[in-house]
Design a protein around this ligand. Sequence first.
Ligand code: NAD
Length: 253
Amino acid sequence: MNQTDTPRRVAIVTGGIGGLGTEICRQLAAAGRQVIAVDLATRAERIEAFRRELADLDGAIAFEPADVSDFDSCQQLAARVEQQHGSIDILVNAAGITRDASLRKMTSQQWHELMHVNLDGVFNLCRNVVEGMTARGFGRIVNISSVNGQTGQFGQTNYSAAKAGVHGFSMALARETARKGITVNTVSPGYCDTPMVAAVSAEIRAQIVAGIPVGRLGSPADIARAVAFLAADDAGYITGANLPVNGGYFMSF
Ligand code: NAD
């Protein structure tokens, strides 16, 4: 079925004003979806900039504040969006943080803060949208994992564990919802040209690029394209899969 023949799907993108989230919002809106970017209300300046950057898609993208690490905040968000827009058909979990330190130096706080956002956040959103998707017989859930969840990364026991966990979660939920018209997949970006990666030193960045067969960092558009593909109505036979988008940095079968 062609996307233009289908009802206007409503998409939530968490981390929606971030480096990857912004482009995911843009591509989903350009594909005809009503998009709700979800992020922390505390990022007032970035929310304003986001509104300006996506002004050309006026009306197709709204902003809703929520803290993905807080179950009640996610429950209220889902209720608000369903009331205002009628449904939540697509969920993209892109909110994420890093709290890097080698395990010998990692504090319990660094471990738990990361888990609350990167793993609990996925549960909190999925738990609050899956009933509606099941009742309507349609859903597309795309969780953003990471190549570092597949390979492990020095200084990232917390991040690698959470991102590998996101894929395990996705496979289990894919099985639970497969007969209900819902697909659940992960996209695992490699290193992308976003503030998260800009934060590492130029020397390390050069080393990273040297290890990428394609010879460059990924762009947010590279990732958003994969998300939009999995979120399409006619992607219904792909579920429980991980789609790596890493320029060949890590190849597996
Ligand atoms: P980013 O920091 O630009 O965006 C992350 C967004 O999440 C921010 O807007 C932030 O405000 C939001 N966020 C953080 N905590 C939140 C909370 N508690 N509730 C709601 N929103 C919250 O990072 P990004 O590069 O856009 O990364 C997006 C996703 O992609 C993350 O899950 C990240 O782990 C993953 N990823 C990124 C890369 C990369 O190279 N940038 C590579 C692999 C995976």
